[in-house]
Design a binder for this molecule. Structure first.
Ligand code: HEM
Length: 400
């Protein structure tokens, strides 16, 4: 095991994310009896898995809930679908979530960022609460056509689900897991009923919003069912609630830890897009995804039986020294940077263009408005507790 301390060590990153502390995995894949799953840490191995959905299925959730429950809860949830169902769904929703539509949001995102920052009082504040959390939530809710006055409700459900999230295990009867899945299911159900009502209204009276487009979307004569629209909207709201929040927070953490990079990017703003790519590599917000094997396989010389669950660590693969030179060095101009923070293959993040746009606009405005932006030395950031995420919950900032 090779160890190199990094400037991020001063913060309490999740203990499972040992690679963030400069420790290299002993092997690209290992079995973890504690959770009954395989951890995949290597980059080439991760790409192999993500590029072969026939062998590595995304229908993992069905292992934790009954097939009947899975059919209700995950129908329309792209992340849990395999081809050919996945292809059909992705085509349908892809029609509504277009690059053009995202690009048109730039001035709205800029105005919103200013509005949120204008509301800050004093030299110390929580940047997650002030900007990183509300910005992506407002953007996705506006896109979907969710009334402003209902945003607090959605936040409550999204937070409930997020806070319940723990390390998954394949062991039957794990009490903590059962409770966490129940809480998440309750929150998803409450949100589902709420969205269903909006969908019903859009069917009767379409508006200029994403929900109406989802209702009307058609490919080869097929349309999305209400349940699929509800589950897809649910996924967008959850993804919109937390991932870009983490990207912004993580980028600030990196700039704080590496002041020379902060200075360099402030002087040359053309580096902002590659800064964000490096942030996605260095502190990948969605740290892991899951797959289940559909046949006996061999990964990096290790035999994995059919039906076993793999926890694929995007975040660890992004530190693989076989692919990234000096992986623990934070380089805002890293070239090439084939980071897989948005995944790869058929499940590549649908929201990546939106997240990149929000990140670029918000970072530029933060640089413009705050010549000095530091994590408050008298306070500490707190992190999300689920090992599936790497991101702040609270980010105390000082701007003197
Ligand atoms: C899928 C990361 C923002 C919507 C994914 C996956 C990753 C990811 C790693 C693939 C998971 C897998 O293969 O198992 C991120 C990160 C984000 C971000 C790091 C921000 C920095 C967003 C946003 C949205 C979104 C803002 C939408 C509002 C989705 C959807 C999928 C997805 C719908 C499923 C795609 C599919 O299965 O075909 N995301 N995401 N994401 N993401 Fe994102």
């Amino acid at each position: 095991m090779t160890t190199a301390s990094t400037p991020l060590d001063k913060w309490e990153m999740h203990p499972r994310h040992f690679w963030l502390r400069g420790i290299r995995p002993e092997a690209p894949i290992e079995y973890d009896p504690e959770v009954g799953m395989w951890h995949v840490y290597g980059y080439p191995e991760t790409l192999e898995i993500l590029s072969d959905p026939a062998t590595y299925s995304s229908e993992v959730a069905a292992r934790y809930v009954s097939p009947e429950q899975a059919a209700v809860a995950f129908d329309g949830n792209l992340t849990q679908a395999d081809p050919p169902e996945h292809q059909k769904l992705r085509k349908l929703v892809g029609r509504t979530f277009t690059l053009k539509m995202v690009a048109e949001l730039e001035s709205r995102i800029a105005a919103l960022t200013h509005e949120l920052l204008d509301a800050i009082e004093g030299d110390t504040f929580d940047l997650a609460e002030a900007l990183a959390y509300p910005l992506p939530v407002i953007v996705i809710c506006d896109m979907l056509g969710i009334p402003r006055e209902d945003r607090e409700l959605l936040k409550e459900w999204a937070d409930q689900s997020l806070m319940a999230s723990t390390q998954l295990t394949t062991h039957q009867g794990d009490k903590a897991q059962e409770e966490s899945l129940d809480t998440q299911a309750e929150a998803a159900m409450a949100m589902g009923f709420y969205i269903l009502e909006l969908v019903t209204r859009r069917r009767a009276e379409p508006q200029d919003d994403l929900l109406s487009r989802l209702v009307e979307a058609e490919v080869d004569g097929e349309r999305l069912t209400d349940r699929q629209i509800v589950n897809f909207a649910n996924l967008l709201i959850s993804a919109g609630h937390i991932t870009t929040t983490m990207l912004l927070g993580n980028t600030i953490l990196c700039l704080d830890a590496f002041p020379d990079v902060d200075e360099r990017v402030r002087k040359d703003r053309s580096l902002v897009p590659t800064l964000l790519e490096e942030s996605l590599r260095y502190l990948s917000p969605l740290a892991a995804g899951y797959r289940v094997t559909t046949r006996d396989v061999e990964i990096a010389g290790v035999k994995v039986p059919e039906g076993d669950v793999l926890e694929v660590w995007f975040s660890a693969a992004n530190r693989d020294a076989r692919v990234f030179e000096d992986p623990d060095v934070f380089d805002p101009a890293r070239t090439p940077n084939p980071q897989i923070g948005f995944g790869r293959g058929i499940h590549f993040c649908l929201g990546a263009p939106l997240a990149r746009l929000e990140g670029r606009v918000a970072m530029n405005i933060l640089f413009d408005r705050f010549p000095k932006l530091r994590v408050d030395p008298d306070d500490k950031p707190t992190f999300l507790t689920s090992p599936e995420f790497t991101g702040v919950w609270r980010l105390p900032i000082r701007v003197d």
